[in-house]
Design a binder for this molecule. Sequence first.
Ligand code: NAP
Ligand code: ZN
Length: 346
Amino acid sequence: MTTVKAYASPSSTENLIPITVERRAVGPHDVLIEIKYAGICHSDIHTVRGDWGPQQYPLVPGHEIAGVVTEIGSAVTRHKVGDRVGVGCMVNSCGECVNCQAGEEQYCLKGNTGTYGAVDRDGTITQGGYSTHVVVTEDFVVTIPEGIELDVAAPLLCAGITTYSPLRHWNAGPGKKVAVVGLGGLGHMAVKLAHAMGAEVTVLSQSLKKQEDGLRLGADHYFATSDPGTFEELASSFDLIINTVSASIDISSYLQLLTLDGALVNVGAPADPLPVNAFALIGGRRSFAGSMIGGIPETQEMLNFCAEYGIGAEIEVIPAEKINDAYERVLASDVRYRFVLDTATL
Ligand code: NAP
Ligand code: ZN
């Protein structure tokens, strides 16, 4: 075991503070990663604040990990010392169920092991990426291709794959009209990725404050949802809507924006339910769906796609002492577009 520096939430109501955590000894299939950067995802905030249910504290969040391999176990074949690697939202799964076999480990029928706040195979509670080092089984460690800097790569491990996966599954591409609801961490990645895939992209944001950014990131159109005229003008126009909003919104009014057979895919995970008016669905044979991160093979595919298209996240790198301020800014939709912790400051 090794004792390493980290930042943790002591309870659902207190600010994060510096602590140390124990990392297990490197087993035969494990990789020791020196974490360089860790993205701050809204899910970290939902989790530590208890939005998704009770947690065990202290809790070290962080599931957008980018770093370098510094030690490998005797049986490791996928990675070597010095490799630039990433870890996302999960660090293990059963490996045997039909979903794991299909490379969709996030939907493991026995439940995937989350990067933090989950019971690990040795019975301890996993602790995440706001830390200097982590030990992860090699199968859940992906390669960050040359050409993507580690700081802008970190957010790809959650925000990137969570938007890439539904865009691919619902066939975003040339001739498809895709709307992205919410221009935050996930939303800005959805815009970049859908644009690179060749889709016509529209941002639906609360206001026009970030319009210039949205267009620069690759959107073709930008509308404010605070303007009721937006919903009239865009009625029945999108093939696919990706909802990234962290709060409960009126889904039915967004469903009306879908064309015949269109799909609204929810990736936002608010604590409150998202009620739906049945007529908004049946009126256009529309679908309301959900999607959770992506499997390990698809995460590697997404990273390779990002390297090919020169895509990284838009980031603001912060020292550890700014984590609590960053949380408040994320909650106020004041993030452009991902805070990334520099772990050298822990
Ligand atoms: P974020 O950076 O805070 O972005 C969310 C955006 O939603 C905000 O920037 C804002 O965009 C909009 N928004 C916030 N509050 C709103 C409100 N009350 N009404 C309307 N719009 C609002 O968060 P994130 O890190 O992208 O995460 C977004 C959500 O996805 C969170 O719930 C997170 O837990 C979830 N998530 C899910 C998965 C998954 O696997 N499905 C993975 C990661 C994260 P505008 O200012 O442009 O309106
Ligand atoms: Zn996340």
